[in-house]
Design a protein around this ligand. Structure first.
Ligand code: PGA
Length: 237
């Protein structure tokens, strides 16, 4: 495990963007696993800025996202597809047909989970997976006590996650109750993982994640076992 101690949130965003940029430079047709949430916003802003300066070419890459709410359409402002389009894809030269997010409005959600897992496999797996971390140690929507061997699946969200995410919706009642998420096994199969975390309120979960026992009650703790994990942290390690 490699740990980078960022000096500020901006520094964290630069460091994470450096690692993503290096991956594109090394392999222009890389498959990225991208994440939503507040932590990666600065990283995506950095990538857009670098693209606008002519420093980065996204035309060869493919991107798969970690998760999506069940029931939200692609144009819903809180859908993760909408987040990715507006925060990143609309501003860079990525081929949109090479960007994938689970389809939250699929008729058959179980089938959509299988399709998504097969899609990732058919792409040859993920070269670099970007991850945030929830206060309860979730990665993607893999909540505490998710079996480590899960592949892409549908989850019922914990009340704490619904509460945490309600800040983005008009009311808590509007937060979807289920989501499709890559499983822990799907995430662990990525060749490289980049975990970003910012803020003192994540210190306790980061301590448990990086130095505590590896156990399903702290889903992110399995990252200790990954052979190529980089952590970029500000104010929480
Ligand atoms: P955050 O969310 O980046 O908004 O803190 C991370 C997560 O819940 O995975």
């Amino acid at each position: 495990m490699k740990i980078i101690h960022a000096k500020s949130y901006e520094d964290l965003s630069c460091e994470a963007a450096n690692i993503i940029s290096a991956q594109i430079t090394q392999k222009s047709n890389s498959v990225f696993g991208f994440a939503t949430g507040s932590t990666p916003i600065g990283t995506y802003e950095q990538l857009v800025q670098r693209y606008k300066k002519g420093e980065l070419d996204f035309s060869g890459i493919t991107a798969v996202n970690l998760d999506e709410y069940v029931g939200l359409s692609e144009d819903h402002e809180q859908s993760y597809r909408y987040f990715m389009n507006t925060r990143l894809y609309d501003h860079i030269n990525i081929d949109k047909s090479h960007t994938f997010v689970p389809i939250g409005t699929a008729q058959d959600i179980d089938n959509e989970c299988l399709r998504y897992e097969e899609l990732i496999n058919s792409l040859g797996g993920i070269d670099l997976q970007l991850l945030g971390i929830g206060h309860n140690g979730h990665i993607g929507f893999n909540e505490p006590n998710t079996c480590f061997s899960t592949t892409t699946h549908c989850v019922k969200l914990k009340d704490t996650t619904i509460k945490a995410n309600s800040r983005f919706f008009a009311s808590e009642a509007q937060v979807p109750t289920h989501a499709i998420t890559m499983g822990i096994k799907t995430i662990m199969q990525a060749k490289k993982i980049l975990l970003i975390a910012s803020g003192a309120e994540k210190a306790d979960i980061m301590q448990k994640t990086l130095y505590g026992p590896v156990m399903p009650s702290v889903p992110a703790s399995i990252l200790q076992m990954h052979p190529d994990l980089t952590v970029v942290a500000f104010d929480c390690i």
